[in-house]
Design a protein around this ligand. Sequence first.
Ligand code: ARG
Length: 660
Amino acid sequence: MRVLSLIRSRFAPVLANWLTEPDALNAALERIVASREAGLADYQANVAMPLQKKLGKPPLAIAEEIVSHVDLSDLCESVTIAGQGYVNLRLSPKWLAQCLMEAHADPERLAVAPVATPKTVVIDYSSPNVAKPMHVGHIRSTVIGDSITKILRFLGHKAISDNHLGDWGTQFGMIIYGYKNFRDDVAYAQAPVAELSRLYRVVQRIIGFQDAVASIPKLELALTKAEQKLTESKAKSAAAPQDKKLAKEIAVAARQLDEANEELQKAKTSIEESSQDHDFIERSKQHAELGQRVLKETAKLHSGDRENLELWEAFVPNCKDEIHSVYTRLNIQFDHEFGESYYHEMLPAVVEDLLAKSLAVQSGGAICVFLDGYEAPMIVQKQDGAYLYSTTDIATAVFREREFGPDASLYVVDHRQSEHFQKLFDVLRKIGLTHTELKHVEFGTVLGEDGKPFKTRSGTVVGLNSMLDEAVSGAYEVVCDPDRLLKSGYAFTDAEKREISETVGLGAIKYADLCHNRTSNYVFDMKKMVQLQGNTAAYIQYSYARTRSILRKAETDGIETSKWLDAPLVLIEAPELNLGLQLLRFEDMLNQSMVDYLPNVVTEYLFETAKLFSSFYDQCSVLGAETPESVLSRLRLIDLTGITLRKGLELLGIGVVERM
Ligand code: ARG
């Protein structure tokens, strides 16, 4: 039930008398919100205050006038005015029960109505670079993107998912070079992807080292300049000691000097470390200017060189299989997986079009799009003819436009790429994609306990799989703890224990990614995420299993499902009313979560629901309720709670078990 829109629709004609501008009316209607002040108001309309100026009357009088005209008699038990003119609404328990019974009669959709104007939304998520080790950030993109896709679909939108695999970039130049020069044939035959990852790292390390060596003169120059600047500022300040601006200048110059020093030291230390490794240094000498050599291999691949293309064709399926093993485990499917290579042939036309429209220009040998507000332009073709990540992204957007005609295009990608997407969207609007909502659904970094970006032990897909294994065994320890099972009276078979820990463990990983506001960083804490207490998947899954166990117990006590399935809901006590009100908000909550694509709105809702369920069950006896009607009503409410928790988890891509 879309309660908020319903209530707003009742206020709208009354407010429209004063607010004739649609924007002003909508702004006022937005001030009608769900209230968390249990017992005082279920919903609150703060609509009188903003009208004070316009009507020249005290808000209290305005509120009274509004209330006398709004008809809420069928929905509300009471409509009162508080304080400076807040309108407090309390729902009628009868109406509430009626809505919940409708939801319960429709367990698949919980009576959630498909949106009136469905949108076509393309969601670009996961999108790892296949030859590079997939990292935790890609899991975050995968989990967030999958849940947004599921929620949008459930709400009735046409959601099209596309895994934009990085299967064509410089990393292939790196592994092709590595394969030609450093490969271990036995290792490659045994585990090709592991060997390719190793080759990637070998090449990356040499390039990193050579870049550091090459950067020393530049860093030294920067240091000298910073020293000069500081000396100058100090001299100027000595001549005019009162000048505050000069004092500030000294502070800035001193900081810049520190930074320059730090950078130089960092480069020197890393060079120093590698210099101990004589084999490495030897190798680096033999493969001087490796960055350039790698670029050549990439360029050869892109221009259709037979050998490189054959290597690429041999590498890609292996890399994909490896990545798909993670998706299978996480139960994630995509509608499409075109990947960057798919757009290769479209790239020349992209650049020609930009040139023809005078959006791109030649600059320093490269072809660039200059954009207002950015220092650096977007380069779409390099001097050597190579196309870039950005060029592919433009081609991809144009292709999606033609193929799917989306109303919105979401990119679920790490926040570090935010400038790339801002520039990309600017360019896309310039070439005419003006009617598509383009949105970078960015997310923060997953941190380790040391506060630095979290790394799996081996930094490879194997690492990711073993991270999932670790979560499953962590869940096993908590959920299948022998003492706990003894107390609960469950004698699970080994297969059941495995199923429970797999569901709880994978749920834990997903839930931990989803329950933090996606824009913030979070610390990856495996111990915490598998706990049965707190805002965890396990707590919600346990609450669901508890609803099932209560219903099973009722059945053994002779109250079969058929007795309560259609029984009238009667909500009287505060805990059951609070729980009922929370369940009623499911649809509003889902719509709210998609305003800014925030799955944590769903996790918060589920956590709150589980807590309200727990206090309801603590305070209201079910089988010992006062009347037989109340027993049946409460069983039905419990079933609806379970169905709601299960559906909410399902929309996050998380499963449940019937017993745990
Ligand atoms: N492959 C990129 C990476 O791993 C992410 C791609 C995101 N999607 C896009 N259309 N740019 O950083």
